[in-house]
Structures are given as structure tokens and as C-alpha cells.
Design a protein around this ligand. Structure first.
Ligand code: CTP
Length: 405
């Protein structure tokens, strides 16, 4: 159990902080909510007290004998400010201590994550951008806001990421510190395939696989948090898309191939995390295959699908980093890494993320454990951890390969 301070700024997105608080407490954390006075005009203190089980204070004059303005920050493992308004970012950047939240930010040694939410004009204003740069230079994580619908009819960058995304990213910082979410993918375009393809047999049946898409989702979420412009080519995953990510929905291997071939040319990084069918039925029945009729199939004839990764490697522009995934088992011919090294060479990728799937490991689990093989011969093991932590390790390996801009 970690101690998290949830700072809540005074913007309409404060309503999402109740759901974020719930996600953090359900993950087992002890959360102390420190709203600004303006935040309490949007959400009542009773909501935060009931959901956190802790008292809620706003001013340095509350709980004076406790010396709350210093103690809350000193004892925190993480300070998460969501939403962070333009005013709150400005006060934090200047080092004001005019309420309990800003005093806490000054008193803490814990990692600090700001999750901005505001109107696009306010976010893009040079004053706000300077404040964000100052906070990042001092070691805080300032997440890029999502692009989307804002209060009223406006749309643009400034939307608060969904609580599930913020909770997942907060967990990464809690475990690995603010250094796990640097802004090293700013200005980079990444295209990620995720999920598992389905090959139709008839209008209701398909051949599919057990990929949950969660590792690809985590890769998209962490890339967006690190500043990337992310396109997610999603095959049959029902989870909502991570914040700030453009999703292209596909079903079959051929649809995934078309989407990747269309999106990849302008990308700095292409990641093939999807489980793509290697075979598809030679013919697809136009009507449902019935039992007992003359058309009852005795066998399904299959043909090979295109190897999307091979096609992307062949067509890649100079400097583009291509990452493949491989699910391997050891056998009499060699261990998992021996097979994976051969696959990396065969596929011509820069990096291969290797899953050992011996004994039914991996599928559908919350955690993952991989080794990142590089074409320079290095092998980086990423120990068993939540998929967002693994994603952060994979992006570390990718950014080491990106050409300097
Ligand atoms: N992949 C692809 N197109 C396919 C099948 C797989 O692009 N039709 C990609 C996957 O997304 C993954 C990588 O290729 O990034 C590894 O896939 P895998 O099926 O393990 O590779 P194969 O070459 O088919 O190896 P094997 O002989 O073990 O089946």
C-alpha cells in the first residue's frame, strides 16, 4: 500500500477525480485528497472523504496542530494533481504556497504527476507552456492533455485523460519514479497494432486467437504520456482507447495489413504487437453454415496470410524503428532466446519483444514478462510487472534506437 496525495484543481474535470480516487483506493492505496478551494465548488468534500476514508483539507489553516501543510507532502509516496488547471500549474511553477495543495507540492520529496485539463487556448498559451517546461525541468511529470471534446462545444487539446489511464500511469511513476515517463517521444509519431485478428468462416463464425490487446494498449498509453502522437490499429479489443490516441478499428489480418501499410510511412516507430492470423479460410461462406445440410463442411481449408511485419520492414523509410513481437517456446532445437534471435534476423526488425509462452503463460494476464532483443545483439530482460511498466521498458529500448532530431 502506498500513500498518494490526490491534488484536485478547480476545473470542471474535477468531477472525474472521484472516479480516479476510486480506482486508486481499489488498487489498495491510501489516498489523501487535497482539493483547492475552487475544486470544492465542483465536487463536495463529503464525496472525497467518503471515497478516501480520509479527512479533506484545503487551507493551511486547517489542522494546524498536525502541521498538515508540511506533513502531508513529507509522508507521500506520490503526489498526483488531477485536474491541474492553468492557474494551479502557474502557482506550482512559481513556488507559491498559498493553499494546502501548493504547500504540499513544495514540501514533498515524492514524485509529482500533473494531469492538465483546460481550454485549448489556455493550454497553448506561452505562459502555460513555459510553466509546464519549468515543472518538467524540475523533475515533475506533466502529462500531455488528451485531444477531444471540452466543456461546451469546443474540441482540441486540453481534455483530461480518462481515470483508468491516469491511474495506470500513476502506478508506473509510483513504482519507477518520474524518470519512467520522460517526454522523450514528443514530436514522434508512433503506429502500434494491438489485439488479435479474426478470419471469417461464415457471417457468424471466425478463426481467432486469445490476444487481449492489453500490452498494445499499455504501449499506446505510455507512448502518449511520453509525448508521442499515437495511432493504434486495434483488432477486436473492446476496451476504450487510451487517451490522446487515434484508433483505427480492424478485424481481419488483411484489414490490419491495409491499415498498417497506410499509417506506417510517416511514422518514427512502428510496433507490431497484434497477434495476426497466419492462416485464413480459403473461402468464406456467404450464408451461415448449417448442420446436416449438403453444405456441412467436413474440413476448413486454409491459406497463408501476408506477413505484415515483413512488408513493413521492406517498405520502411530511413531511420524508422520497427519493433516486432514474438511468442516463443523452447524445444529440442533451442531455447526461447535462440529461436527469438533467429526470428529477429529473419524478420529484419530493429527490436523484438520476446514472450516465453511455455506452459500457458501470458495470455489474458494483468502482468507480463519479456526480453527485448536488439539487432545489435543485446538482450534486455524486463521482469514480471504490470503491462504499463513493461511498456515503459520497451519505450526506453526504442528511444535508444531513435535517430537524434
Ligand atoms: N506478424 C505479422 N503478420 C503475420 C503474422 C505475424 O506481421 N501474418 C507479426 C506479429 O505481429 C509479430 C511478429 O510478426 O510482431 C511475430 O509473429 P510470429 O507469428 O511469431 O512470427 P512467425 O514468423 O510467423 O514465426 P513462427 O514461425 O514462429 O510462426
Amino acid at each position: 500500500m502506498s500513500r498518494i496525495v490526490l491534488g484536485v484543481g478547480g476545473g470542471v474535470a474535477a468531477y472525474k477525480s472521484a472516479l480516479l480516487l476510486r480506482a486508486l483506493t481499489e488498487a489498495g492505496h491510501d489516498v489523501r485528497v487535497v482539493p483547492t478551494a475552487a475544486a470544492l465548488r465542483f465536487v463536495g468534500a463529503a464525496t472525497f472523504e467518503a471515497l478516501s476514508g480520509n479527512p479533506v483539507s484545503t487551507e493551511v489553516w486547517d489542522d494546524v496542530p498536525e502541521v498538515a501543510h508540511v506533513r502531508i507532502g513529507q509522508t507521500a509516496d506520490l503526489v498526483l494533481v488531477s485536474p491541474a488547471t492553468a492557474d494551479l500549474l502557474a502557482r506550482a511553477a512559481v513556488g507559491r504556497a498559498d493553499d494546502l495543495l501548493t504547500a504540499t507540492l513544495l514540501a514533498t520529496h515524492a514524485p509529482v504527476v500533473f494531469v492538465p485539463a483546460m481550454h485549448t487556448e489556455m493550454w497553448l498559451h506561452p505562459a502555460t507552456q513555459d510553466n509546464v517546461a519549468t515543472l518538467r525541468r524540475r523533475g515533475a511529470v506533466v502529462l500531455p492533455p488528451a485531444v477531444g471534446r471540452l466543456t461546451g462545444p469546443d474540441s482540441g487539446p486540453g481534455r483530461l485523460p480518462e481515470p483508468a489511464d491516469v491511474a495506470a500511469l500513476a502506478a508506473v511513476v509510483l513504482d519507477h519514479g518520474a524518470a519512467a515517463l520522460p517526454q522523450d517521444l514528443t514530436g514522434r509519431r508512433v503506429v502500434i497494432s494491438a489485439g488479435g485478428t479474426r478470419e471469417a468462416l461464415d457471417p457468424v463464425r471466425y478463426l481467432g486467437n486469445r490476444s487481449s490487446g492489453r500490452q498494445g494498449w499499455a504501449l499506446a498509453r505510455v507512448a502518449a504520456a511520453r509525448g508521442a502522437d499515437v495511432v493504434l490499429v486495434a483488432a477486436n479489443v473492446t476496451d476504450p482507447a487510451p487517451f490522446g490516441v487515434r484508433t483505427v478499428v480492424v478485424e481481419s489480418a488483411e484489414e490490419l495489413r491495409s491499415a498498417m501499410v497506410a499509417e506506417a510511412p510517416g511514422a518514427d516507430v512502428v510496433v507490431m504487437a497484434a497477434a495476426v492470423a497466419d492462416f485464413r479460410p480459403v473461402s468464406v461462406a456467404g450464408t451461415k453454415l448449417k448442420k446436416g445440410g449438403p453444405a456441412e463442411p467436413a474440413a476448413v481449408e486454409l491459406s497463408r496470410t501476408a506477413d505484415v511485419l515483413a512488408e513493413l520492414v521492406t517498405a520502411r523509410p530511413a531511420g524508422q524503428v520497427v519493433v516486432g513481437f514474438a511468442a516463443e517456446t523452447g524445444d529440442a532445437e533451442g531455447d526461447v532466446l535462440t529461436h527469438a534471435r533467429a526470428k529477429l534476423a529473419r524478420k529484419g526488425v530493429d527490436l523484438l519483444v520476446v514472450n516465453d509462452v511455455s506452459a500457458g503463460r501470458v495470455f489474458g494476464r494483468e502482468e507480463n514478462e519479456v526480453t527485448v532483443l536488439s539487432d545489435d545483439g543485446t538482450a534486455t530482460p524486463l521482469p514480471a510487472a504490470r503491462k504499463d511498466d513493461v511498456a515503459a521498458g520497451i519505450w526506453d529500448a526504442v528511444t535508444r534506437r531513435l535517430p537524434v532530431t
